[in-house]
Ligand binder design. Structure first.
Ligand code: SF4
Ligand code: F3S
Length: 107
């Protein structure tokens, strides 16, 4: 099992999740974060910290978010590690809850 960052993180990237992860397994892109599935210890600490409610256990993903399992695994191999909270993206609050953001993901 692993936890997975899903679509609502895109263009928000609040980064509260990073601050609580005991094993520093978050990786950062321009407008999205991912969790490395081989490093996550399933502690569940990050899930309630995300203001955008974008983090789920891989066996509790909302319908339509299944592709994010593979996307987290793939991008965690190429993006840099992030271990400290930073400012959310500009307009994060405007994008929180907007559906269909996958095409806005910057790889
Ligand atoms: Fe880190 Fe725990 Fe969240 Fe996994 S579940 S990403 S180990 S805080
Ligand atoms: Fe993204 Fe939520 Fe973390 S918006 S950066 S998963 S706090």
């Amino acid at each position: 099992m692993t936890f997975v960052v899903t679509e609502n993180c895109i263009k928000c990237k609040y980064t509260d999740c990073v601050e609580v992860c005991p094993v520093d397994c978050f990786y950062e892109g321009t407008n999205f974060l991912v969790i490395h599935p081989d490093e996550c210890i399933d502690c569940a600490l990050c899930e309630p910290e995300c203001p955008a409610e974008a983090i789920f256990a891989d066996d509790e993903l909302p319908a339509g978010q299944e592709a994010f399992i593979e996307l987290n695994a793939e991008l965690a191999e190429v993006w840099p590690n992030i271990t400290e909270m930073k400012d959310k993206l500009n307009d994060a609050d405007e994008w929180d809850g907007v559906e269909g953001k996958l095409d806005k993901l910057v790889r």
